[in-house]
Design a protein around this ligand. Structure first.
Ligand code: SER
Length: 594
């Protein structure tokens, strides 16, 4: 079965069972407390929590996801940064019986898997959350013998929440036994079985019975029952494709083979010896394409830094293989030809994607050569490379920590990670103090323009969508300048609409409320935040009634009525995927030239 057919089969199967097919949400989630979309359920958090009554009580989707904890494992048979998740959900509708029955029906009747090879794990209970006896019985009633049902604890069989708090619950996982010959390493579980590390078993489907909400109850957490019982399921798409195409690795399936072949064509070295390098490049460029299409740009913070790290790692591996100059252009084309029908956004953003990757590649290639020289002369002298040297590679040559770790490992050396973190912190404190000094008195910043910037930001999000994120801001005594992620030139209607919204909010004379709170709390409250790690632990949150909420050092006016008339003077490009707006405030139309 092709990967394309599998996606379609899954959606058709659940559509027939009353599910509404919902498109994948962006990799950049609406919830500002989570950096990237890591699971299919994220876009349904309000429905799962019971906060929103959905028009549909059954939905299914194929979701773009991105996870970073296993970034260093990428290159083996199963790990990826970007991946797809097939999922079906019930918001207070069906529960365990149907979820189990349909999962088995799909795997046995549609995917034609052998029932004997399916193994099940269930939650064994912990504290206030009891053992999931109900699921055990349902699996048994559906013909899974007790000897293939295994009990595990919180770590393996309790899922969520996606962030720190939110909907969660015990889960039941379906594992597939690939056979003894796939047992490559030492068994981590006595007698082998699901969750063993040896490579024989692979988890394919997670059925979460979401009936709890994890809340903060100082000083700890508490699980309370949700008003409704939900189902949240997720299939690791790449893994199931590998099983159905009878491949030992997802890198050998139709999702990756053309990518590997494209890299191979750009290379003059022997393919067989370079499997790991090829896989890292294919995975990281695939991930980068999807991140850029969703508005992420390389930077030194947050999701921008995740993108930078994977791009730079791919660039280093491309250098190791001595790939031809524009190796990424053909690879990107191949990715778009495989995924463009399912995710048209990567097709529409093709030019942006190539420009961003080209920029980063040009920027980093020079630094990489110099940094490698530095590594050879400085770092290599030590068994454990000291923090200040690792920091220097990071600061002066843009080497992400894991790249230095990878280089060190190749030479049989280690890295003093704690020492690096210490250096990094020291440096951040110095630059924060510098920022404070510059804006300390508030004299350089016009409070009116500062408040107008918040109004503009929210108005842009209202008009252009929540993919708009602040990329930079500069205010002088005459005008504001605001850079934001958006790939197309704004139309004159869009600019007019933005001006209207801002001026309407000024007219309403809304009160600006300033509140100090811990950073976590501010983010959880939905306040927009930027350059997260440069914030102190306690931050100021400025709310303009319920229209806008941002973490900001200020200063701001007390009421929006103090602003005058807002006017956009210029809208232009400010780099790939970034637009820049210059705007002024005046009693009448400004004649200021910029
Ligand atoms: N949320 C669960 C997971 O990510 C099921 O989709 O595994």
């Amino acid at each position: 079965m092709t990967s394309f057919e599998l996606r379609q089969k899954f959606l058709d199967f659940f559509k027939k069972r009353g599910h509404k097919i919902v498109g994948s949400s962006s990799l950049v989630p609406d919830d500002e407390s989570v950096l990237l979309t890591t699971a299919g359920m994220q876009q349904f958090t309000p429905e799962l929590s019971g906060k929103i009554k959905s028009h549909y009580s059954r939905v299914c989707s194929v979701q773009k996801c991105f996870r970073t904890p296993d970034i260093e494992e990428v290159g083996d048979d199963t790990h990826h940064t970007f991946f797809e998740m097939l999922g079906n959900w019930s918001f207070g509708d069906y529960f365990k019986e149907e979820a189990v029955k349909w999962a088995l029906e799909f795997l046995l009747n549609e995917c034609k898997l052998d029932k004997e090879k399916l193994y099940i794990t269930v939650f064994k209970g912990k504290n206030e959350i009891p053992k999931d006896k109900e699921s055990i019985k349902i699996w048994q009633d559906n013909g899974i013998p007790n000897k293939r049902i295994f009990e595990f604890g919180m770590e393996d069989n309790f899922w969520g929440p996606a962030g720190e708090i939110g909907p969660c619950g015990p889960c039941s996982e379906i594992h597939y036994d690939k056979g003894r010959k796939f047992s490559k390493g030492k068994c981590s579980i006595k007698g082998c079985g699901p969750n063993c590390d040896c490579g024989r078993f692979v988890e394919i489907w997670n059925l979460v019975f979401m009936e709890y909400h994890k809340k903060i109850q100082n000083p700890k957490y508490k699980y309370i029952l949700l008003p409704q019982k939900n189902v949240d399921t997720g299939i690791g798409f790449e893994r199931l494709v590998a099983i159905l195409q009878q491949k030992s690795s997802s890198y050998e399936t139709d999702l990756f083979l053309p990518l590997i072949e494209s890299i191979e064509k750009s290379s003059s070295t022997n393919h067989k010896l370079q499997t790991t390098n090829y896989r890292i490049i294919a995975d990281h460029i695939r991930g980068s394409v999807f991140l850029i299409a969703d508005g992420v740009l390389p930077s030194n913070v947050d999701r921008g830094y995740i993108l930078r790290r994977i791009l730079r790692r791919a660039i280093r591996h491309a250098k190791l293989l001595n790939l031809s100059k524009n190796w990424y252009a053909d690879l990107i084309k191949e990715i778009i030809s495989i995924y463009g029908i399912v995710y048209p956004e990567i097709k529409t953003k093709e030019t942006d994607i190539i420009t961003v990757i080209q920029d980063e590649s040009e920027k980093f290639s020079k630094a990489l050569a110099k940094g490698l020289k530095e590594f050879k002369t400085q770092a290599i002298k030590f068994k454990i490379i000291p923090g200040n040297i690792v920091f220097n590679l990071y600061q002066s040559y843009g080497f992400p920590l894991e790249m230095t770790k990878e280089l060190a490992e190749e030479k049989g050396l280690k890295v003093d990670e704690k020492g690096f973190e210490k250096e990094l912190k020291k440096h951040q404190e110095i630059s924060r103090a510098g920022v404070k000094k510059k804006f300390g008195g508030g004299g350089e910043i016009s409070p009116q323009l500062h408040t107008a910037t918040h109004l503009l930001h929210q108005a842009l999000r209202d008009v252009l969508g929540s993919n708009v994120k602040q990329m930079g801001s500069d205010i002088n005594s005459e005008r504001l300048r605001f850079d934001f992620s958006h790939s197309e030139k704004m139309t004159s209607e869009q600019m007019k609409k933005v001006e209207e919204i801002v001026n309407q909010k000024i007219k309403q004379n809304l009160i600006i409320i300033e509140k100090e709170m811990p950073l976590d709390e501010a983010i959880k409250s939905g306040a927009l935040s930027f350059f997260k790690e440069k914030y102190p632990e306690i931050v100021k949150v400025y709310s303009i009634q319920d229209f806008s909420k941002e973490i900001c050092a200020g200063p701001h006016v007390k009421k929006t009525g103090e602003l005058g008339v807002f006017k956009i003077i210029k809208e232009q490009s400010s780099g790939a995927g970034i637009r820049r707006i210059k705007a002024v405030l005046s009693k009448k139309t400004s004649k200021t030239k910029f």
